[in-house]
Design a protein around this ligand. Sequence first.
Ligand code: ADP
Ligand code: MG
Length: 502
Amino acid sequence: MSDISFAELGLDPAVLEAVTEVGYEKPSPIQAQAIPALLAGNHLLGVAQTGTGKTAAFALPLLSRIDASSREPQLLVLAPTRELAIQVAEAFTTYASKFRHFHVLPIYGGQDFQPQIRGLKRGAQVIVGTPGRMLDHLRKGTLKLNNLKALVLDEADEMLRMGFIDDVEAILAKTPDDCQRALFSATMPPQIKKVAQTYLQNATEVKIESATRTVERIAQFVLPVYAERKLDALTRILEIEPFDASIIFVRTKAETTLLAEKLSARGHAVAPLNGDLNQRQREQTVEDLKRGKKDIIIATDVAARGLDVPRITHVINYDVPYDTEAYIHRVGRTGRAGRTGKAILLVTPRERSWLRTLERATNSPMQGYELPSPKELLEMREQQFETQLLAFSDDKKLAKAIALLDDIAERNDMDMAMVAGALACWMEAAQPGSLPLEQPEALPVVSNKPPRRDSKGGRPGGDRRKGGFKKGGPKGQGRDGGRGKSVGKGGKPAGKRPPRKA
Ligand code: ADP
Ligand code: MG
């Protein structure tokens, strides 16, 4: 973060007040550089990764320049997806919360035209939308840009990737010549450069090398595991990690559903998030995660793009990502809004070369993740069982329950210990796994060492030969490596977590 404060940037007092209320301490690097340039009316070209605070970088200064007494569209923001458009619109609502008359209107495909047309008729100073639908409205004449003061292209490279670049150019061509323009992108492919040269002449350029910043607050772990044991490993991670919400990345849409079903069967509040769901369903899923109706989301890279849910404390890479950029984006789903996060990557023996690659790309170390030993796991479960049992020791129905069981004991010549034992077995029969009786099986240990290139010039990935992984028992497991302090004794508060199956 820079040394400058928000108060020094020259923002409109109402905007500054809103930012203070949100609790941002300092402008992020891109904000510190972009805000003065945009306040001065310059065009801006901003290159920065996800999670660097680009929304506020354009929203705060451009809101400061808005004439809140006029309802004409003054600021147009183009975003690649409906989700991102909504997210940006929500950010505007937050940052403009101290304005007396402010309207932001999200506009995207897949929604009826009528409510959008009504919204446009009512008037809104800021319109955020996807290019296709925006262009539809321009062509229909339901949206006019005569008095547009500023235009923002958010995630320009993503719009290019999604094939929107022609629509974007068509919209740009319809904006007034004196309209201020800002373009944000994580990368600068040639087509985007060309757009910038045409429409953002003499722009102030801000480039933030942010790959490392993105992961600064995120503790990164790697767990080598055999492919066929990944689900077991994941189940244990979820059992011992004190997460609030967690996002699990897999490679395919089919896998999101499959894994969600498996975790659901194990008692987790989980939902898949993939491109096959319609937008309505995807929105609902994200909303459920925000509200705590779901705690885990199984997602593909595409579906989770730009996802901003502050309660995500853990990112689990169940499948390795396709490239380092995807990895950085994935782990950036946690550690949001200044919080800390934890990322855990499962790698199969063949994939261990990822370790070095990612350490280099993020410029930060990956620690070995250690699962508890079977003995420790059993102890944890016993502890948890006890905690949950004790939580019922002053239950409203306790007295009646005791009376009932006393009767049974007396009639059948049992003591209360026998009755309690029988009850526990009943519970186990109804919910297998709820009674911690047996030590769980040890997962085979895979060496944590990255594949070594030997003198014969072995390829990474071809490491099934010597120096490869070790097979065998719980050796090397057991220390509290990487799980942090909050794990272990006591576990979760009683009642929070459903009974689990091993
Ligand atoms: P980007 O568009 O670069 O991916 P966002 O604008 O979505 O990033 O911001 C990412 C997160 O950081 C959001 O949760 C946002 O509220 C938060 N954020 C933005 N600016 C600041 C700041 N100056 N201080 C703390 N948190 C911030
Ligand atoms: Mg963004």
